[in-house]
Design a protein around this ligand. Structure first.
Ligand SMILES: [Zn+2]
Length: 356
């Protein structure tokens, strides 16, 4: 961050909450914020500004990845490839909370990080025996009282969401009563609950308990019945698809479920499960391609990773090219004719600092 403003000029920028394409736009960065963004005729460029030529580029807000395990990567790699905010959905508290705090600085060489902390689970449940998960990634809950205390403690530590593990394929899961207590305690604190969910029974349990979000599309290779899709939409349950982690027939089933969810009016927030097998750091080409197969346009994919995600995650300073917000900006070469273009990242600013 320099004291001098930076003016990004000449590209087509997706401006404001509508992501309206403006050709020959100017985005003015002052310290870590956007000072102005709009058509060249509307923005006065100060004489002292450093000018960056973005002609033949498309500019959009930095991507928000709503499902990562940032501990597996150098955070700088994530920003370098266009993701300027991440939500970590499962990591030991003694490691994740210091990272969250460090990332609040504009000088941090990585994305802004918000996090769930450890996942709430039961003895022997996911992810307590998962090979990938460091000790402390799961928090074993033995009673309703423990559930309430855990939510309070996570809220006090700065959790941005509560994650629950509901995976019958690998072990026992939270019972309905305990899950309900977690959801109630979270909602009482203004926190949402996201679930790693395997199996239709677990999905129905999550719906009944008022779980707000699926951290992956349903993980078992089951077509979600129409009645359940309707209940998900009626209950405003949001899905973070993480299609990158599914392969072969399972990916096709996940895509088909996503098609039907979107057809029924369901909401989708971009997330990859970075750290799992499949996704690569930054805007993930495979995730984007799979979302496109589910019928999402480039504009819809960008919205799910920026404006819509910021709103759902409660990030008031990110998600749009708009005066006053964090200067989190991505420039890709050319226009958005093909979906692959979203991953053609050429320039990145995070909190006003050039990261690429
Ligand atoms: Zn995950």
């Amino acid at each position: 961050m320099s004291d001098h403003p930076t003016a990004i000029v000449g590209g087509t920028a997706l401006i404001g909450r509508q992501l309206e394409p403006v050709e020959g736009a100017v985005i003015l960065i002052q310290e870590d914020r956007i000072a102005a963004a709009g058509p060249a005729s509307d923005v006065t460029i100060p004489r002292v500004a450093t000018t960056v030529d973005a002609s033949n580029h498309t500019l959009f807000p930095g991507f928000i990845d709503a499902h990562v395990h940032i501990g597996f990567y150098d955070p700088a790699l994530v920003v370098h490839a266009g993701v300027t905010t991440v939500r970590d959905l499962g990591w030991p508290p003694e490691q994740i909370w210091p990272l969250v705090r460090a990332s609040a600085s504009p000088r941090f060489k990585g994305p802004t990080i918000v996090a769930a902390g450890p996942m709430l689970t039961v003895e022997g449940g996911y992810p307590t025996r998962a090979g990938w998960a460091p000790r402390g990634t799961g928090w074993v809950i033995g009673s309703v009282e423990e559930a309430r205390r855990a939510v309070e403690e996570l809220g006090d530590a700065g959790a941005s969401v509560i994650k629950v593990a509901l995976d019958r394929a690998v072990g026992p899961t939270l019972d309905s009563r305990t899950l309900g207590a977690i959801v109630d305690a979270a909602h009482h604190r203004g926190l949402k609950v996201t679930g790693h969910t395997y199996g239709l029974d677990e999905l129905h349990k999550a719906l009944d308990a008022g779980v707000d979000e699926l951290a992956h599309m349903l993980m078992s290779p089951d077509a979600i019945p129409e009645g359940t899709v309707a209940a998900m939409v009626a209950g405003s349950m949001v899905v973070v698809p993480t299609l990158s982690i599914f392969s072969g027939r399972c990916r096709q089933i996940a895509i088909d479920n996503l098609v039907r969810l979107r057809g029924a009016g369901g909401r989708v927030i971009y997330g990859t499960d970075l750290g799992n097998q499949g996704p690569s750091p930054g805007i993930d080409k495979r995730e984007v391609e799979a979302l496109a197969k589910a019928g999402m346009s480039a504009h819809e994919i960008i919205a799910s990773a920026t404006v819509c995600s910021a709103e759902w995650l409660g990030l008031t300073r990110a998600g749009a090219l708009e005066a006053g917000l964090d200067a989190d900006i991505v420039a890709v070469g050319g226009d958005l004719d093909a979906h692959g273009a979203l991953a053609r990242v050429d320039m990145v600013w995070r909190r006003g600092r050039r990261a690429r």
